[in-house]
Design a protein around this ligand. Structure first.
Ligand code: AMP
Ligand code: ZN
Length: 472
């Protein structure tokens, strides 16, 4: 298997992935803040992370993935307060809907889903360590990280601290700090807010420190990959590095991988533009989850994904091509020796697919390799070259690449698999009846059957090899 190369945000260049423990990749993926139903932009990032874990598994690694759930922050607290619910009662349905979305899009479950509220002791321990080492200080019951004490702050984002002025977003925090650029590790309780006991009085953790504490608990002080959308590079991931490395003197993460955003019709998603979609919205409009998964996989993770309904139709069409090939193959006669050209096609698919994934997750190139294969199989069917065992070999090759893609097997998506296959058998028999009618020169019956097929949205094409058909 080829060695994977991935773009590292830190240093901004392609670099080989070199895991701490050979053969095992430990990855941390920042999960959702569970205060509403996630939107398809969030899902693009989570799907990229699923593609990454499946690709690494395909390339021979054992993967340990952690995805946290941010279940305490300003938004969850405000939401719970407005709803008159405890934090746990308020966030639970959003955690459930998030997990349901992951299942609907066939994302593999990460090995660990830690929640911030269940890791307060680990968080307190990390903050205490930072205070002891002189990197953090207490002020009015809150604790802040002192950026001035951390000389390499900014190394991930290339952020120039001298540029940060009072009133900037990063400095915009109501708590009392020595330096406007410092960020909160622990926030003193405010009236009506949930709080946990700490050496500095009751309060709650800051967002950044949750991720550092949970990442190191499950993956160790140094681990291989840390991922998220590009908006997390600064300040979230920059702050995670500052906290973790100041506490341990070790490299926190070897390789930072960030995915670009999803936009809709060329514009940022926003409530005011009315273009912020959830998975439920798209399914409600009759789009198949399988096509959504395919569309998201087909755009390189470092490119913006411009979501349009036309592109979703295009994705559905691409999947149909694979389904139709499967169907034709199932009905093709198998005769004689296995076909040597098909065996070579199978090998080429495997090589090109793995090479594309190892090349910074080039899923578009991996899909191109798949469609070359589909075409070669179609030609083999037309030329009646399907020999003994070829059908199984082709099915196995599709199943092999589907370990990464997760979209090729219509039976795995039963709720929405159109009656395509049964329907297809019926269509084939109508076509056969039409051809028989024409052979016996019953053109009226032939035309009637063609009209019936047309009414069902089937387009016929008579070729020297026989009649081909497709859906309109
Ligand atoms: P949040 O719940 O806001 O922390 O977001 C969860 C994940 O979704 C993070 O990795 C974000 O970077 C990512 N994300 C947020 N908005 C978008 C978007 N429009 N496109 C892609 N990813 C996004
Ligand atoms: Zn995080």
């Amino acid at each position: 298997m080829p060695e994977p190369v991935l773009f590292n945000t830190q240093g901004r260049q392609l670099a080989p992935l070199v895991p701490v423990e050979p053969g095992v990749v430990r990855m941390y993926t920042c999960g959702p803040t569970v205060y509403n139903e996630v939107h398809i932009g969030n899902l693009r990032t989570f799907l990229f992370e699923d593609l990454l874990r499946r690709s690494l598994a395909y390339l021979g690694y054992r993967v340990v993935q952690v995805m946290n759930l941010t279940d305490v922050d300003d938004k969850t607290i405000l939401g719970a307060h407005r709803a008159g619910l405890t934090l746990a009662d308020y966030t639970e349905p959003f955690i459930e809907s998030f997990l349901r979305d992951l299942d609907t899009l066939h994302l593999e479950r990460p090995e660990h889903f830690p929640r911030a509220t269940e890791h307060i002791p680990e968080i307190l321990e990390l903050i205490e360590r930072l205070i002891e080492r002189g990197f953090a200080y207490e002020s009015d019951g809150s604790v802040f990280f002192s950026i001035a004490r951390d000389p390499d702050y900014g190394k991930l984002s290339g952020f120039d601290l001298a540029q940060v002025r009072r009133g900037d977003r990063v400095a915009n925090d109501e708590y009392a700090k020595d330096d406007v650029r410092d960020f909160a590790l622990w926030k003193a309780v405010k009236p009506g807010e949930p709080a946990w006991d700490s050496p500095w009085g009751p309060g709650r953790p800051g967002w950044h420190v949750e991720c550092s504490a949970m990442a190191m608990k499950y993956l160790g002080e140094t681990f291989d990959l840390h991922c998220g959308g590009v908006d997390l590079i600064f300040p979230h991931h920059e702050n995670e590095i500052a906290q973790s490395e100041s506490a341990t003197d070790q490299t926190f993460v070897r390789h930072w991988v960030h995915s670009e955003h999803l936009i809709v019709d060329g514009q940022k998603m926003s409530k005011s533009l009315g273009n912020q979609y959830t998975l439920t919205d798209l399914l409600g409009r009759g789009y198949a989850a399988r096509a959504i998964r395919y569309l998201f996989l087909s755009v390189h993770y470092r490119q913006k994904l411009n979501f349009t309904f036309e592109s979703l139709d295009g994705a559905a069409g691409a999947l149909r091509r694979v389904d139709e090939m499967r169907f034709r193959l199932a009905h093709a006669a198998e005769a004689g020796e296995p076909d040597a050209r098909l065996a070579a096609s199978v090998e080429r698919l495997k090589t090109d697919f793995a090479t594309a994934l190892a090349d910074d997750l080039n899923a578009a190139a991996a899909l191109a390799a798949l469609f070359v294969f589909v075409k070669e199989v179609n030609v083999a069917i037309e030329e009646k070259r399907i020999g003994g065992g070829d059908r199984e070999r082709i099915a196995a090759a599709l199943a092999d690449v589907d370990r990464v893609l997760g979209v090729l097997d219509p039976a795995a998506w039963p709720a929405e698999a159109p009656a395509a296959d049964d329907d297809a058998a019926e269509i084939e028999s109508l076509i056969q009846a039409r051809n028989d009618a024409r052979k016996r020169r019953d053109f009226a019956e032939g035309d009637r059957l063609r009209d019936e097929l047309t009414a069902r949205g089937i387009v016929l094409e008579d070729t020297p090899q026989g009649t081909r058909w497709k859906r309109r």
